[in-house]
Design a protein around this ligand. Sequence first.
Ligand code: NAP
Length: 295
Amino acid sequence: MTQAALSGKNYVVTGANSGIGLFSARRFAELGANVALVCRNEQRGHEALAEIIATTGNENISLYLADFSSLASVSEMADKLLRDISKIDVLCNNAGGANGSRQVTDEGFETTFVSNHLSSFLLTKKLLPAVLNAASGDLARIVFTSSYGHFNSALNFDDLGLAQGYSTLKAYGRSKLMNLLTARELQYRLRGKNVVVSSFHPGAVRTPIWNKGGMLARLLGLVLYPFMKSIGQGSDTFVWLASSEDQASKEADGHYFYESKRAETAKFATAEDAKRLWQISEELIAPYCLLDAGS
Ligand SMILES: NC(=O)c1ccc[n+]([C@@H]2O[C@H](COP(=O)([O-])OP(=O)(O)OC[C@H]3O[C@@H](n4cnc5c(N)ncnc54)[C@H](OP(=O)(O)O)[C@@H]3O)[C@@H](O)[C@H]2O)c1
């Protein structure tokens, strides 16, 4: 791809100050895109913004702040983003992490469920008009960072917040299952609209995530460390799905990928569960769709 291949394209990348999100955002900037970085922490966000501008020479990089453990925060940020950017060519739903113990937010949601799934669901719903605006000209894309960890456990719709039997791996795995189910159902709902949706597993990648999810994640990280991919290798599939001219990336069709190829999902990742999750998620985010910080 030439350096200007993404010139004029508007990219939104969540979790853009670290790991896979930062690497991919930098790559899109190198290729000439206008990139909106969505970050939780103001200082880390500004550092990422400055680093990307300095290393790529692309000054069309902007920063938006939201804590994905709060739907109100995500909703407010989405409104701000929409006021600035009316056309979004590519939305990269990447922010995510694990939590060492079960916590419930002020809004009443288990933290992993809201941070890894509900917030990107809400963001996607709110930004969709801008994505469809882009799609009226050229193919638009939405990519979700999922994980092989989704094999860990099927959904229990009676207890999505894992009030019973919480474990870090179960909460994380289910949230990543939700990411791939959301991608699949979203693609179904956007059929014929010139938007390609996908999800992917980056592999086990040497990012800071392993130090943020409590003791178990830290231990697992130590064991897997020698076998992990570099951040660049772990970002390859993301960058491919989000920007490649390869026909296969443009025909991702809601599927789940690993190493730039379609990959098997868990047997329990069914279309029925995708529909049910969509309906429940819509109900849960409904009060936050109405917020508009600017009005
Ligand atoms: N690394 C792996 O082996 C691996 C494997 C499979 C899937 N993944 C997925 O890859 C994605 C990126 O992770 P990474 O490995 O690159 O880890 P990372 O370096 O820790 O990056 C995660 C990003 O998500 C942000 N984030 C986490 N919780 C957030 C919240 N509540 N609100 C706003 N932003 C939040 C982080 O912000 P802060 O910097 O403020 O924490 C950071 O920018 C995640 O969805 C993860 O589940 C990673």
